[in-house]
Design a protein around this ligand. Structure first.
Ligand code: KIV
Length: 273
């Protein structure tokens, strides 16, 4: 170990130690300036594959590539210096074998400098989670609504409406925890199921559309900032960014059309400095 580069970031074991204690604050980020703002307030920043939908305009996360995740991961790492940064492994980059998962996860860690990866964890995932963890890669798991499986699940629908699916989700969370995940995202489940998952595992549950019965919460940042007309019902909007951007752009367009630019003198001084 060298004495250099001592950035005091939150670590995966510190997140695990928060189970049942102080709620864990998580948000997604995809670029450096946003990450720099969130960093002050978040314990964990996820470079989610939701980037495909909220930044690149895709209709699902299925088309997101490893190169896209690496580029956004690098940007977020340049902006965030305190929070634990986790990068999503995209669809097709980890499911077929632990070896493929390690090859791609280690590339993500080496090329971005992030501290952990996230995988959507069906029953097949336990071997991969232990393979990665034993080889130095902390894993955040993801159960319940798994957006990468939307074509099998029939869309972005809440999960756990039958006892069979509830039992499956609890079993997936337990398997992910036993395999060594440091925390688990629980997406799109009822209050009752969130409570059952949280009580069944020894690692923190991070809810999204999963009630307050989790050890922390994550939201997709552009959703909670109100960048879109439509957001999922469970999202509380903390700002109306769409309206702010719209009004500012309208004023800007009016200034340009009426030739209301900064004076030449001002422009000259600005350039000279
Ligand atoms: O991709 C993402 O942003 C996520 C969160 C919604 C948990 O997986």
């Amino acid at each position: 170990m060298s004495a250099q580069n001592h950035i005091q970031r939150m670590t995966a074991p510190q997140i695990t130690a928060r189970k049942g204690w102080e709620p864990i604050v998580c948000l997604t980020a995809y670029d450096a300036p946003t990450a720099a703002i969130l960093d002050e307030h978040c314990d964990l920043i996820l470079v989610g594959d939701s980037v495909g939908m909220v930044v690149h305009g895709l209709t699902s996360t299925v088309g997101v590539t490893l190169d896209m995740m690496i580029m956004h991961g690098q940007a977020v790492m340049r902006g965030a210096h305190k929070a634990l940064v986790v990068v999503d492994l995209p669809f097709g980059s980890y499911e077929d074998s632990p070896i493929t998962a390690f090859k791609n996860a280690s590339r993500v860690m080496m090329e971005t400098g992030c501290q952990a990866v996230k995988i959507e964890s069906g029953s097949y995932a336990a071997d991969t989670i232990s393979y990665l963890t034993e080889r130095g890669i902390p894993v955040m798991s993801h159960v319940g609504l798994r957006p990468q499986s939307m074509n099998v699940l029939g869309g972005f629908k809440a999960r756990g409406r039958t006892q069979k699916v509830m039992d499956e989700i609890i079993a997936n969370a337990i398997a992910a925890a036993d395999a060594g995940s440091f925390c688990v995202v629980v997406e799109g489940v009822s209050t009752e199921l969130a409570d059952a998952v949280t009580k069944s595992v020894s690692i923190p549950t991070i809810g999204i559309g999963a009630s307050e019965n989790c050890d922390g919460q994550i939201l997709v940042t552009p959703d909670m900032l109100g960048l879109f007309e439509w957001t999922p019902k469970f999202v509380k909007k903390y700002a109306d960014l769409k309206d702010i951007v719209d009004k500012a752009t309208q004023k800007y367009a009016a200034d340009v059309k009426s030739r209301t630019f900064p004076s030449r003198e001002y422009t000259y001084n600005f350039v000279k400095k």
